[in-house]
Design a protein around this ligand. Structure first.
Ligand code: PEP
Ligand code: MN
Length: 269
């Protein structure tokens, strides 16, 4: 367990101890850290029609943030790798058309420049949370960063990764708990909701939760989403698809439109 002094040394800028105010990050009309924010979208942008259909649906349901991967860090090199710049262009066009804030993942310096150009928020994924050179680079950009927890990262390593970004000049870091590797294999990852409550205690940065990658099972997304907000999560990132069975990636954990609508209703009750 970390003592207060150790914590101060590891992540003084991300720590709550040096400020008594929680950070609010404003992106257009969306304020992370103020009210619960729902981010949704497909795991990957697949084509213009798909992202337009999903963006239109989100707009109709007052979900303000559209997420779609264009650079996909896949476990297998034979899996769909994303549409790269073309995907970012499709995401950006859909975001503009439906007035949605956009998020996409960057995986290296090249994609970082593109994501910063086309999107409102730069995602750094779980696999790159320990990529310190990339963290330093994203710290030089003036767009907010959505930093996902590495699948083997302790809470302190997660906050220290955020520290890298802030120390490099970018203070707008949104943290995302997305599950960690444990011995459990019924779920894809073990969603660590205690980390969410702990981060609210330790840091002033907004923290959101991704129950889609956190469980890997569509049926668990809604109960985990509710639990995430109950423990202090300040937002959610949910994978949705117009035809989950045909999705090119992560279809088994993606919600169809009607299930997602029910989730939104359940969050309100
Ligand atoms: C994703 O958000 O699509 C993703 C790849 O997640 P993670 O980096 O958490 O595995
Ligand atoms: Mn995914």
């Amino acid at each position: 367990m970390l003592t207060k002094l150790e914590q101060q040394k590891l992540f003084p800028l991300a720590s709550k101890d040096n400020t008594n105010k929680d950070t609010v990050i404003r992106v257009k009309d969306v304020q992370f850290g103020k009210e619960p924010i729902v981010i949704a979208g497909p795991c990957a942008v697949e084509c213009e029609e798909q992202i337009d259909t999903i963006a239109s649906f989100l707009h109709k349901n007052s979900v303000p943030v559209l997420r779609g991967g264009a650079y996909k860090p896949r476990t297998s090199p034979y899996s769909f790798q994303g549409l790269h710049e073309k995907g970012l262009q499709m995401l950006s066009a859909a975001g503009k058309k439906y007035n949605l804030v956009t998020v996409s993942e960057a995986v290296d310096e090249h994609s970082l420049k593109q994501v910063a150009h086309y999107c409102d928020i730069i995602q750094i994924g779980a696999r790159n949370m320990f990529n310190y050179e990339l963290l330093k680079k994203v710290g030089k950009f003036s767009k907010p960063v959505l930093l996902k927890r590495g699948m083997s990262a302790t809470i302190s390593e997660f906050l220290t990764a955020a520290e890298y970004i802030i120390k490099s000049g970018n203070k707008d870091v949104i943290l995302c708990e997305r599950g960690i590797r444990t011995f459990e294999n019924y779920t894809r990852n073990t969603l660590d909701l205690s980390a969410v409550a702990a981060i609210r205690e330790l840091s002033h940065l907004p923290v959101i939760v991704d129950p889609s990658h956190g469980s890997g099972r569509r049926s668990l997304v809604t109960p985990l989403a509710k639990a995430s907000l109950a423990v202090g999560g300040q937002g959610l990132m949910i994978e949705i698809h117009n035809e989950p069975s045909k999705a090119l990636s992560d279809g088994f954990q993606s919600l169809d439109f009607s299930t997602f609508k029910n989730l939104l209703l359940e969050l309100k009750t």
